[in-house]
Design a protein around this ligand. Structure first.
Ligand code: PBG
Length: 325
């Protein structure tokens, strides 16, 4: 036989030499949920191993992640219903839970990059990412942009390093970039949720934040999961609008989108391995149906193979511990 591909697989050393893609701790961004209070550690039932942390415990968690070599966390606030209104006003409170969390994390752990989420849903009594017209149910694009820009400024004032618009309003990246520049935050970056699909995989996240839409769905702003050309269109727009990093979300069912975007931009690409993907692995592992740890590493490596530079994943700590060994 002239060609024997198995010859390159005969032992571990050879397999290491020919390895094309490798997951490292530098690739990992850890999403974390925050609640008000002290000494609170509230499990997210649909995401075993994930919690809503009060700020004191959040800071401890961030220190642990930092000691493992993780460079970036992405924070999400779980707010009491009493703080929610149709305009998401609490997002602009400079002393709100989210802003306090950013400040304390940056104080305790200045080297940890803090990424934020910019969208109305955790603050909105309607559970939508934008302002809802009460008469028609329409999600109002241009009226929402002002709130988003102010939210981003507020987060940057608190010390955020990377702003993550996840709302999918048209024109928001340029709008936020301008607002950041004009408020002296030229070095605060934007990781845009560029190709964010309208996905059933966000279910457990909405449990964690109690942020599911009260009526309707997100189909008029998040993308149809049948489409890829649309992702290229969003890529070109976000690039032109000044985004620093582009994201694809969810991850696993969208590896083709990661690859297509990789071929259509020179910007770094992030992928969000979302709550439902995490929950499925944990559930099957608990049942003994798959080896959760092995599936996790296979899944995370597949993002690298598809062309992602970084991965937002609830597996960050677990994977980092494994990679450290
Ligand atoms: C909010 C937001 C969502 C997620 C991140 N930011 C939910 C949504 O759009 O409904 C989902 C993350 C996950 O499922 O892990 N704009």
């Amino acid at each position: 036989m002239l060609s024997r591909p198995r010859r390159n697989r005969v032992n571990n050393s050879l397999r290491s030499l020919i390895k094309e893609n490798e997951l490292t701790i530098n690739d990992l961004i850890a999403p974390l949920f925050i609640v008000d209070g002290k000494d609170e550690l509230i499990p997210v039932d649909s995401m075993p191993g994930q919690f809503r942390y009060s700020i004191d415990l959040l800071v401890e968690k961030v220190k642990t992640l930092s000691s493992l070599g993780i460079k970036c966390v992405s924070l999400f606030p779980a707010l009491d219903d009493s703080l929610k209104d149709p305009n998401g006003s609490e997002s602009l409170n400079p002393d709100g839970l989210f802003q306090r969390a950013i400040k304390e994390v940056k104080n305790a752990c200045p080297e940890m990059l803090v990424m934020t989420d910019v969208a109305l849903d955790p603050y909105s009594s309607d559970g939508h990412d934008g302002i809802v017209n009460p008469d028609t149910g329409e999600i109002l694009n241009d009226q929402t942009l002002d709130v988003l820009a102010n939210m981003a400024i507020n987060q940057a004032n608190a010390g955020a390093d990377i702003i993550g618009p996840s709302d999918m309003m048209d024109g928001r990246v340029a709008f936020i970039r301008k607002a950041l520049d004009e408020s002296n935050h030229r070095n605060v970056g934007i990781m845009s949720y560029t190709a964010k699909y309208c996905s059933a995989f966000y279910g457990p996240f909405r449990d964690a934040l109690d942020s599911a839409p009260k009526s309707g769905d997100k189909k008029t702003y998040q993308m149809d999961f049948a489409n890829t050309r649309e992702a290229i269109r969003e890529t070109k727009l976000d690039e032109a609008e000044g985004a620093d990093i582009l994201m694809v979300k969810p991850g696993l069912p969208y590896l083709d989108v990661v690859k297509t975007m990789r071929e259509n931009t020179t910007l770094p690409i992030a992928v969000y391995n979302v709550s439902g993907e995490y929950a499925m692995v944990k559930a099957a592992d608990e049942k003994g149906w798959v080896d959760g740890e092995a599936v996790m590493m296979e899944m995370l490596t597949s993002f690298k193979r598809a062309g992602a530079d970084m991965i937002l994943t609830y597996f960050s700590e677990e994977a980092a511990r494994l990679l450290q060994k």
